[in-house]
Design a protein. Structure first.
Lengths: 357, 306
């Protein structure tokens, strides 16, 4: 492969190639926040990268860098990727937002796609998935199945996306089980198996029999399994190795169609700044198989809920809803607008504790 | 806030578990440093031990074999460090840092096929009769064997360093390698053995994370535990008892802060998250205000010609 490549270039250099050489491969870069083997968030982004390779074959070349810390170092990593000649760079974590914008200014000819952020530019698109739709279904199952009425939630960082997830899960757990209580631990990490495991154990010790997680490793599920009689959900990825219990269902991120679409747009020259926020309907959020550990009727309700969310009949944030301090937020039948959801920084009524600022 | 949801017995029991990895790695590093060698590669040896132990447990189905392999893996990597610093006389700080980077990379490579697998569970070993004592039974006597092994190791290292001839020789090598050499002790051999012991302990600590505490394999899963163990040794003034205390403090506050969060304590989470580090350092610094000091030859290169 390499040899032929060198020979081809040599041939071109010698002027033997008479036809115009087709434009170079499209080079697509990916910046990951965790290792590709995390079994969750980054794993799914990498699966989508592989899907891009499979779809376009020889026409694309992909590069990726794993475990890039959010913060100043991210800017260096993204810059380096742009310097290496990437035409399109996906930066796949919220914390890369400012770094992406900064690098994009320096490389006007390179296109950037930032996941889960809200800052766009001439050459920066943002995309995210409506994970809160999946959280609603998780909340429903969690609220129906808890015996202790205590649900543990391992949160990562206090950013709108995570807070949305907590609110959505709580609203729907409360709906089926008015006595339900959420215990929330902020782990301040997306990926630290030991810490996630400790957090899960603590929640279980304090009586939680359902663990929801917004961190990326399977460690909380392993902890739930050891404890016995505790259920949890796959996060970002199906985490099927913990089926049928403790993993009773999952939220699966499916980035492949979007990535293929965007690479195609770039090749066609139709790429333009977009703000994509898709949910269960368009297939960006998948709900993993609900296992038989979940009672038949709960499963049916959960699937019905999924259906109504997918076809747009039902919005997980539908009033009447109050904020935590009791002030009214949404009136009867009113649904939350995307702007509020994207900047969500408050708990809904009933949740205890404070959001770290 | 609902502090009643925190069960003291469970809290103390999980403290013992949370402390074990850094305790094992710390006591190993203590021996290395008492022999006058500064090995900053603890993190690398831990993660190598974590994957070696995990892989062997998956392949053989025996956690015991896993821990043996973890110790061997850690010691093997440490041997590399030993060869570099004791034979090739390389700089210990640079070699140690390189060892950490190498260990992290090597473990990712070895671990590629083991992502997402589940190891055989290591059974908890309830000591008969003792584990039935209310409260104390749950706190002290209902753990897996590695917890007891860690405690035993601390006691053994303490006794060995304080009372045995071998301990005296090890300390002599660490305090003044030229004098020890003049007395006819094999400085390089003793140090390499100490380094391998340290590696084996770090490997066990890593395997404790991948086999019992988490239990699964993910890249970079020790996430800094090796550095904490290193710091622990210094703040513990190179005394085994204090390493144990420091490990318990650190593990205890780590678990406690999670408990307080879950119980909804009205202290900002940021303060809770940094509390394990702060409290452990504070307590150990106050304790080390006495005359204790580092082994005199720590980090110095020895050559018989010197």
């Amino acid at each position: 492969m390499k040899l032929t490549h060198i020979l081809a270039s040599a041939a071109m250099a010698l002027g033997l190639a008479t036809t115009a050489v087709a434009q170079d491969k499209t080079k697509v870069g990916f910046i990951y926040v965790g290792p590709v083997g995390d079994g969750g968030w980054t794993y799914e982004h990498d699966q989508a990268r592989k899907a891009v390779v499979e779809h376009f074959g020889d026409k694309v070349e992909t590069v990726y860098q794993e475990s890039v810390p959010e913060g100043a170092d991210a800017e260096r990593a993204i810059t380096q990727m742009a310097l290496q000649g990437a035409d399109l760079i996906f930066t796949t974590s919220f914390g890369y937002m400012d770094a992406t914008i900064n690098v994009a200014k320096k490389f006007p000819d390179v296109k950037f796609e930032h996941a889960t952020g809200y800052k766009t530019a001439e050459n920066v698109s943002v995309y995210s998935a409506r994970f809160y739709e999946g959280r609603a279904i998780q909340g429903h199952i969690a609220g129906s199945m808890t015996q202790s009425n205590i649900i543990g939630y391992i949160a990562s960082f206090p950013i709108p996306e995570v807070i949305r997830g907590i609110n959505s899960a709580y609203i729907h757990a409360k709906k089926v089980n008015p006595d339900v209580e959420f215990k929330i631990i902020w782990a301040y990490t997306w990926f630290d198996p030991a810490k996630e495991a400790d957090a899960a154990k603590v929640l279980i010790e304090q009586g939680a029999d359902v663990i929801l997680q917004h961190t990326d490793s399977t460690a909380p599920l392993a902890a739930a399994q050891n404890a016995g009689n505790v259920i949890g959900f796959g996060q970002a990825s199906d985490m099927a190795e913990y089926k049928p219990s403790p993993r009773v269902s999952s939220i699966i991120d499916n980035w492949a169609p979007y990535y293929i679409d965007r690479v195609q747009a770039l090749m066609d020259g139709t790429w333009e700044t977009k703000d994509t926020w898709d949910g269960i309907g368009p297939g960006m959020v998948g709900i993993g198989e609900i296992t038989d550990v979940v009672p038949e009727d709960v499963k049916a309700e959960a699937l019905a809920l999924k259906e109504t969310i997918a076809n747009g009949e039902y919005h997980p944030f539908t009033g009447p809803l109050n904020k935590q301090d009791g002030t009214p937020w949404l009136a009867e039948g009113e649904v939350a607008d995307d702007g509020t959801l994207l900047g969500m920084n408050f708990y809904v009524e009933g949740l205890t504790g404070e959001i770290p600022q | 806030m609902d502090l009643s949801s925190i069960t003291p017995a469970l809290l103390l029991a999980s403290l013992m578990v949370a402390a074990t990895p850094i305790l094992l790695a710390g006591i190993g590093e203590l021996v290395v440093e008492r022999a006058g060698v500064l090995n900053l590669g603890v993190e690398g040896m831990m993660i190598t031990g974590a994957i070696c132990g995990f892989a062997v447990t998956i392949e053989t189905g025996s956690p015991l074999m896993g821990f043996v392999a973890a110790a061997a893996g850690g010691a093997g990597l440490a041997l590399l460090f030993g060869a570099l610093t004791q034979v090739a006389l390389a700089n210990q700080v640079a070699s140690g840092l390189a060892l950490t980077l190498f260990g992290l990379g090597l473990s990712s490579l070895l671990g590629q096929d083991y992502v997402g697998l589940k190891p055989v569970q290591t059974p908890a070993f309830k000591i008969p009769l003792l584990s039935d004592i209310p409260f104390l039974g749950r706190v002290l006597f209902s753990h897996d064997l590695m917890v007891y092994f860690g405690l035993g190791l601390v006691a053994a290292v303490w006794a060995l360093l304080k009372y045995s001839r071998a301990g005296l020789i090890l300390r002599a090598v660490g305090e003044n390698h030229d004098a020890a050499h003049a007395l006819g002790y094999k400085v390089v051999r003793i140090r390499i053995l100490a380094i391998m012991f340290g590696g084996a302990c770090a490997g066990l600590g890593g395997a404790y994370i991948s086999l019992i505490r988490v239990p699964q394999w993910t890249e970079g899963m020790t996430s800094g535990a090796g550095w904490i163990a290193l710091a622990l040794v210094v703040f513990a003034s190179w005394k085994p008892g204090r390493v144990l205390l420091g490990a318990w403090l650190f593990g205890g506050v780590t678990v406690l802060q999670l408990n307080l969060q879950a119980a909804g304590l009205a202290i900002p989470v940021e303060y809770l998250s940094m509390s394990p580090y702060l409290i452990t350092i504070l307590v150990l610094v106050i304790m080390s205000a006495d005359k204790s000091r580092a082994p005199a030859s720590l980090g110095r290169i020895f050559h018989a010609s010197g």
